[in-house]
Design a protein around this ligand. Sequence first.
Ligand code: ADP
Length: 463
Amino acid sequence: MLKRLWSLYHQWYVNYSSFSSENEKEDLTYFRDKLFISILMLTVVLGLVSYFPSAGMAILLDKWFVFYVDTIAVFVLLILFFNKQMSLKTKKIVFSVNFFALSFALIIDLGFNGNGTILLFLLSVLMTLYSGRKAGIISVLVTTIFYVVILTIYNFKWIDLPFYKISPIEIVLIVCVNNVLFTLLTVFSVSFLIDQLHNALLKESLLQEELIKKHENVIIAKERAEQSDKLKSAFLANMSHEIRTPMYGILGCAELLKSYNSEDEDFKEYVNVIENNGKELLGIITDILSISKIETGLMKVNTSKFDVNESIAAVYKLLLPEAETKKVHFTLNSFISKRDSIIKSDQDKFTAILKHLIENAIKYTSEGDSIVLSCSLDGSSASQLKFYLNDTGIGIPADKVETIFNSFYQVDVANKNTLNGSGVGLSIAKAYVEMLGGDLELESKVGEGTSFWFSIDMDLKTD
Ligand code: ADP
């Protein structure tokens, strides 16, 4: 509450004194001016509060000199506060002179028992704060001259000042020297502190500038990377598309050649090699095309009604020979009833998911291992089908489980099995599962095997 009031009041005065905070800069002069405004405001408030009791006391004790001096000092403060025309520099000078006059008057009239010496000390500190070290040293000089003058007057008894009677000249001399030295020490300490703070502030603002620049560079680099990533995907999509067309030509001719001369075994083998390698190449190109489309957001979902059991059986039939060749047991357990088997989804994407996952399972298992594919209605959501694919293969290290979904990532590039793939199968499968309304998850233990599971919507809505 008090803090809010103070900041409101301060803001009002800043506006009132037309102190420009618009061109706020990290300049020390700016901070000193701002500080002076705060000091002036506080002095006016506190000065008014202390004026009435001290003026009253001065009248009661018949100290009219103190009363007049106090009154003049408060009056000058009020003029400084309400004067809008006067520059801050002049205000600082008048403020300092006013306090010098008040302190001198109090020392002359009340001696060292009054507030005069404290005021002088405080003024030197304040001047160092709002005008700098030079002003602080000047204030110490003025104080010293003042002490020299009153000591000389004391020594030659030129004027009969009241406090001379109380203290002998030796004590007054020691007090004066001590006062000057302490004030000088404080002025140096305060100015040193301010310099250090200012340097730290400058360093901080430099660092801030550097940080902003670096941040901007990072944003530019990120934008460039994103742009080049998009370009890369677009390039891959284009190239894959261009390569697929002649590949279809080659495969078509291989098909024709098969029926052309069926007697020659060598000829048949050559054609088979062309066909198998051509299909493998086409598969890789199709995967690259798919991942490029996914990454550029061009992949579309085409829904249709189909029998999911039939699609699962077709994939099973297609890949079972491959598993059998490797002597891996591959079992299908479908618990989807005929009633639930007609679903609305993207058939091509659904079969692609199964193919990618099963092909991996076959790839990363060896003789004697087993693969089980189970399909059922999702227990937690009546509108989804759930699929589990468990294998007893080599497994995936726990720290790689997150990264294997990244495009072109392969766990063990030194492994020749891994090199058979292009590292995009799982990224495609995951993206497709998400497009079909589900999520692809896995659990794996190195040496024990891997389980993948995912669900898809039975009635996929597309926008
Ligand atoms: P790849 O073409 O290399 O198989 P994928 O994206 O399909 O690429 O798989 C990424 C990596 O995940 C593979 O290189 C492999 O290390 C690991 N992986 C995928 N499926 C399995 C699995 N069933 N068992 C063990 N590792 C697997």
